[in-house]
Design a protein around this ligand. Sequence first.
Ligand SMILES: Cc1ncc(COP(=O)(O)O)c(C=O)c1O
Ligand SMILES: N[C@@H](CCCC[NH3+])C(=O)O
Length: 427
Amino acid sequence: MSHFSCKNGALYAENTPLTDIARRFGTPTYVYSKAAFVENYSAYADACKSNGRDENSALVCYSVKSNSNLAVLNVLSRLGSGFDIVSGGELLRVIAAGGDPRKVIFSGVGKSHEEMRLALSHDILCFNVESISELHRLNEVAGEAGKQAPISLRVNPNVDAKTHPYISTGLKENKFGIAYDDALTTYRLAADLPNIRVVGIDCHIGSQLLDDAPLLEALDKVIELIDRLAEDGIHLHHLDIGGGIGITYDKEKPVPIGDYLTRLFARIDQWRKQKHDGAPIQVMFEPGRSIAGNAGILLTEVQYLKHAEAKNFAIVDAAMNDLMRPAMYEAWHGVQPVVQRAEEAKTYDIVGPVCESGDWLARQRSLALQQGDLLAIMSAGAYGMTMASNYNTRGRAAEVMVDGDRVHVVRQRENPADLFALESIID
Ligand SMILES: Cc1ncc(COP(=O)(O)O)c(C=O)c1O
Ligand SMILES: N[C@@H](CCCC[NH3+])C(=O)O
């Protein structure tokens, strides 16, 4: 169910009209629905439960990079979520939001000494190691800290995720993970390192996947590796299949989470029965977009209408620095007027004030508009605010979270002075 819906010609976030939010907090503003976050997380948690899993046998580790606002992390941590992080900064966010570091897994190809030390000091659940050099560094850092670092290797199963090439991560040519064919030798190396404890295996093949077939194909390859490792006496405690399930931006029909998880658990149960006397293995997920994407919109106001020779432009007060996805991937986001107009529609490109031709949010949309109208850029809850920048010395947008008819500011709008506060002039 969408928590952003039209009632009597006006768009609401849960029970709150977006016009009220714009009036109280200004624009551009990211607006999140708490109920949507709860519902989307619960789709995973409920499917784990209905497939006979508890927290010890399945753990949802929300991918913090998709939307890392503290209020979001707090809502999810209160539901029992773990977290997939890619930086020390994200770990500190999880902790500041009340999340449990012992449910944190640390992915990413470039972990620094300092980030490793920080994560070890908080006893995180697992490091997803992406290269042999990282393994050696982690062994060294853990030794200095007097600890053993729990690790998975992120293997690259060379499966085509059939998604946008920029957000595909599981192919040979991608920088992520350890090549499938090198995984066995790398595991043997890891198992021999004194300050490393091999606990699992991880893969993540890409994002915005509509079909679960590539994920199940990756699972089969991971299972094959786990069996080979067991023959070598390396027994894994968990299997992390990554994130990647897509959402509806336009007319896409992603696989329902419950269907995907049911197929995945059935495959795992069958395998464990056949090859491991039914001994359980913990399963982890790293979903981002499927939890956050449709839980947020970007609210913006039309500054000017410009009827140029070739096109009509609606120049709005949000820009590529607020929502980078269209400029970066030519991504499509729905655009809805906050209050419907009866007048005849025209075709517009929705563009921002930034000095780049790539500064557009939507193209060729049929809308009836007037200067001062409010628009909602839909499906902007994931990879929206987290990818925002200060280009053109634009302060980043405010973020609010709606909970029924209550609205909470969960991040204040940045002032220009905030932007240069860390800068200084030389003599
Ligand atoms: C390692 C890793 N895990 C999880 C995710 C989250 O993916 P998604 O938002 O598609 O669920 C990503 C981003 O693609 C990722 O790189
Ligand atoms: N940032 C991307 C997805 C990449 C996910 C991170 N590996 C997006 O907006 O779609």
